[in-house]
Design a protein around this ligand. Structure first.
Ligand code: BEZ
Ligand code: FE
Length: 309
């Protein structure tokens, strides 16, 4: 529609509003608002591009195939969404802070489809690596602090996961033990944490299904730069879903799912004097209380969090 209400296209000018008006009375304001907006954008997209029945059916088949391939170890719908940058965009929308924030909590990054709940609870200084010989053994350590007071956060749980050197998460790889390269570590009074992991490698997101077909159609590669995933939770604090990225990794400027942020780039340093580590990775996390997070957030509902936490 133009500003005077006249249709700016050659198709039925009343159709979109009729579809929106079909929504019944017993619908929450939020669902009413976002479905009306979705219908409007979807119809505009179809009209603007004059989508044909064959093109629409190709899209439907892609969604159906994504559904058929998905199970508790594989989330093809999420992969397709990631390729279009949608998980990274909703992550930004959900967690963006007002620009006047003095200091900032650790930035968020997408969860991705490979998190598993109930990773093994480990003691500080333990390793998450099982049955892998490597020259990339890494000692990661740091402190979890409150971003406004700078005080250590006690009882913060770091849930960590990354791929094996073959680029596969354990649930993708029958040759890895269950829950390999995953662990949960709980800070004590001083907020400190440390554990052993591996320096991660770049790896391709699964590309043997609809996500792969899409990447091919868009002339894109499937690789993510080397990264380690985290979920941080602590009593009274807003959870943080994030990743840290090896600054020197291939694909650091060309992540297939657009998740890299400058503040999440890290440097692995050669480690001397620890027979269990080839590299050292110091990294501090900063958390915000729910109250502080609300104060600095640009969106209304800061207590809404992802399904993982
Ligand atoms: C991941 O980093 O685990 C990931 C993120 C998005 C798509 C595929 C994998
Ligand atoms: Fe990953």
């Amino acid at each position: 529609m133009s500003s005077n209400g006249a249709a700016t296209h050659k198709f039925n000018p009343n159709f979109t509003q009729a579809v929106i008006n079909a929504t019944g009375p017993n619908v929450s304001p939020r669902v009413r608002k976002i479905t009306a907006s979705f219908i409007r954008h979807l119809h505009d997209f179809a009209r603007e591009n004059e989508i044909t029945v064959d093109e629409w059916m190709a899209g439907v088949e892609l969604m159906n195939e994504a559904g058929r391939m998905s199970d508790d170890k594989r989330n093809e719908g999420q992969l397709v969404s990631d390729i279009f940058g949608l998980e990274t965009l909703v992550d930004e929308i959900t967690y963006k802070l007002a620009s006047d924030a003095q200091d900032e909590p650790t930035a968020t990054a997408i969860l991705g489809p490979f998190w598993r709940k109930d990773a093994p609870l480990k003691a500080m200084g333990d390793t998450i690596v099982s049955g892998i010989e490597s020259k990339d053994r890494t000692w990661m350590h740091g402190t979890v602090t409150d971003f406004t007071t700078g005080k250590p956060v006690e009882g913060a749980v770091l849930d960590v996961w990354h791929t094996a050197p073959n680029g596969l998460y354990e649930q993708q790889d029958p040759n890895q033990p269950d829950m390999n390269l995953r662990g949960r570590f709980t800070t004590g009074k001083n907020g400190k944490y440390d554990f052993y992991c591996l320096r991660p490698v770049p790896y391709p997101i699964p590309f043997d299904g609809p996500a792969g077909k899409l990447l091919q159609a868009l002339d894109r590669h499937p690789y993510r730069p080397a990264h380690i995933h985290f979920i941080l939770t602590a009593p009274g604090y807003k959870p943080i879903v994030t990743q840290i990225f090896d600054r020197s990794s291939k694909y650091i400027d060309d992540d297939a799912v657009f998740a890299v942020k400058d503040s999440l780039l890290v440097d692995f340093k050669p480690c001397q004097g620890d027979p269990k580590a080839d590299f050292e990775l110091p990294y501090d996390f900063k958390m915000a209380t729910y109250e502080d997070a609300k104060k600095h957030s640009v969106v209304g509902s800061t207590e809404a969090s992802g399904s993982a936490i």
